[in-house]
Write a protein that binds this ligand. Structure first.
Ligand SMILES: [Mg+2]
Length: 268
């Protein structure tokens, strides 16, 4: 068996919002039975990896905490390692603030945010002008500036709200500084996935629904890339996708992955 590890996206790949995609539980079971090691690489940052795995298990997907590599956890670890004990201001969820504090960082309140040494922008359902301007002030004064991921929007039940990418762009445009991305597709995320699987690039496959995130991550890893049509990508958007984000193969959904891998393994 030439392929040994499979890196799967979560939203648009095995679930869509809170619904499990048809055939996903069976596909994961088959892949495990065939002996592949699975890692779930997600832009999620408002829940801990434990909570993420519990939420997946609650909807019938057998995923353990150790199999999750999330943008939130990767961001907390990367910042705690690079700026140990520094004052950080988080435009994001309470959970992300808590995890940042537990990593030894000094988490500042909205009122103190402008004097932060590090600013992290993530998914924030309660963002307001106070938060954005505190981040702008800190970044303008030279704080290290990070964003978990560049998603434009977060899909809610009946609408889309601005995602971390859009919040970071508002801050970046005002402060005239660019943020460093820590989630997919970034060198930080590539290292996190490599550390978790510890496999050569030729033994890994990346499966996801977003060319600019999942396919790009796969390209950076040097892995084989699979784009699924079960999430945000449409036939139309695929035609307009830059050639640098085009996958090795396009499949309708994760259900088709085990058979495709079987064919691939025969060719390798
Ligand atoms: Mg996705």
């Amino acid at each position: 068996m030439a392929i040994r590890g499979i890196i799967l996206d979560i939203d648009g790949t095995v679930v869509l919002e809170d619904r499990v995609l048809d055939g996903a539980p069976e596909a994961l079971t088959t892949l495990r039975e065939l002996g592949y090691r699975l890692v779930f690489c997600t832009q999620q940052n408002q829940y801990s990896d434990r909570t993420l795995s519990e939420r997946l298990r609650a909807v019938g997907l057998n995923v353990s905490e150790r199999e999750i590599v999330s943008a939130g956890t990767v961001a907390v670890n990367a910042i705690a390692e690079k700026h140990p004990g520094s004052q950080v201001y988080v435009v994001g969820s309470d959970s992300l603030r808590d995890r940042m504090a537990r990593s030894g960082m000094k988490v500042l309140s909205d009122r103190q945010g402008e004097r932060a040494e590090v600013v992290l922008v993530a998914t924030d359902y309660d963002v307001n002008q106070t938060r954005l301007s505190a981040a702008v002030e800190a970044v303008s004064r030279g704080a290290a500036f990070y964003v978990t991921n560049l998603d434009r929007g977060e899909p809610m039940k009946d609408r889309i709200i601005p995602g971390p990418g859009s919040l970071a762009v508002a801050i970046a445009y005002t402060a005239q500084r660019r943020p460093t991305v820590l989630g997919k597709p970034s060198p930080t995320m590539v290292s996190a996935v490599q550390d978790r699987l510890n496999l050569p690039a030729s033994a890994m496959v990346v499966v996801g629904d977003q060319p600019a995130q999942d396919v790009k991550l796969g390209r950076m890893l040097g892995a084989i890339t699979v784009l699924l049509m079960s999430g945000v990508t449409t036939e139309d958007s695929l035609k307009r996708t830059s050639s640098s984000y085009l996958p090795d193969i396009v499949l309708p959904s994760v259900r088709e992955v085990p058979d495709w891998l079987d064919q691939l393994e025969r060719q390798l």
